[in-house]
Each structure stands twice: as structure tokens, then as C-alpha cells.
Design a protein. Structure first.
Length: 74
């Protein structure tokens, strides 16, 4: 879905990945847990982490659209 956002998604994965991620298990370019917690709390509020909700896919698409537009401006 949404091929126009694929390149933006890949770019964001590597922008958010910590340096040297390939040296540490799980050997995936995952953003740091404290950054993800910060983003989830700022997006959904403190109730999100306590409730065990999952991330809304429409919110991810909106985030990628925002990133794509931001990258064009910069």
C-alpha cells in the first residue's frame, strides 16, 4: 500500500536507527526504546503505554506523509 511513501519509510528507518545497530542484537535498525516511548506518549498521551493499545496504522501513514513533506522543504 502507498508506494509513494516506501522510500520515505526506508529513509526514516535508517535515520532513527542508532549507530552501529548491526553490531547488537536483534541486529535490526530499530529506534531506541526511549525515543519510541517519547513519540508514543506525545502522540497518544500517557494512557497509551498503560493500556497496551497498538499503534494506529493511519497515524503511521500520516507521520510518513509529514516526513516526506518536511524532507521536500529542507
Amino acid at each position: 500500500m502507498r508506494p509513494s511513501l516506501w522510500a520515505t519509510a526506508v529513509l526514516q528507518v535508517f535515520r532513527l536507527a542508532p549507530r552501529g545497530w548491526w553490531h547488537r542484537p536483534p541486529f535490526l535498525p530499530l529506534p531506541p526504546a526511549d525515543y519510541m516511548e517519547f513519540r508514543l506518549v506525545t502522540q497518544y498521551g500517557g494512557r497509551f503505554l498503560a493500556s497496551g493499545e497498538s499503534i494506529n496504522s493511519a497515524d503511521v501513514v500520516d507521520y510518513l506523509k509529514w516526513c516526506k513533506n518536511w524532507n521536500r522543504r529542507g
